[in-house]
Design a protein around this ligand. Sequence first.
Ligand SMILES: CC(C)(COP(=O)(O)OP(=O)(O)OC[C@H]1O[C@@H](n2cnc3c(N)ncnc32)[C@H](O)[C@@H]1OP(=O)(O)O)[C@@H](O)C(=O)NCCC(=O)NCCS
Length: 139
Amino acid sequence: MTTVRMATDADRDAVVALWQSCDLTRPWNDPGADFDRALGHDASTILLAEAARAIVGTVMVGFDGHRGWVYYLGVRPDRRGGGIARRLLDGGCDWLAARGCPKVELMVRDGNPAAGLYERLDWEYQPVRVFARWLGQKG
Ligand SMILES: CC(C)(COP(=O)(O)OP(=O)(O)OC[C@H]1O[C@@H](n2cnc3c(N)ncnc32)[C@H](O)[C@@H]1OP(=O)(O)O)[C@@H](O)C(=O)NCCC(=O)NCCS
């Protein structure tokens, strides 16, 4: 049976390992620091899918006061195709809605086939370009 729960500090290493196995990490992001920031803030969290006491999926969500955002959606390669991402996204949306968030958005890197998942789950494509600026140190 797969359950969904909130991450705790004790999950850090297993979560980072899952992100790496899902190719969700990038050289300019420190995944451990990303985990710590998400759990160290009351406007963000990480939800985990767990089966037989092993973490098989994650999603990070945060509410910036205007929109909710989704990051680090990943399911362990051997557990894909079983609806885990759908459950994690639903759980993340519930978490955001409970905090008064009216709309949730996410970014998909060009070329990532995961875009098909969001279309399948009726997320609406937004015709926007994303610009970014580092504030101080990268990471
Ligand atoms: C993308 C990912 C999270 C999907 O996880 P998953 O648990 O296999 O997804 P689900 O089983 O919940 O899929 C839900 C629905 O979307 C469909 N779907 C899943 N991935 C899809 C894809 N790449 N393209 C089209 N449809 C997809 C499923 O068939 C399912 O449809 P159904 O309910 O009609 O059967 C997983 O493949 C993954 O971890 N990929 C690597 C990390 C990544 O790219 N994350 C997203 C970053 S933006």
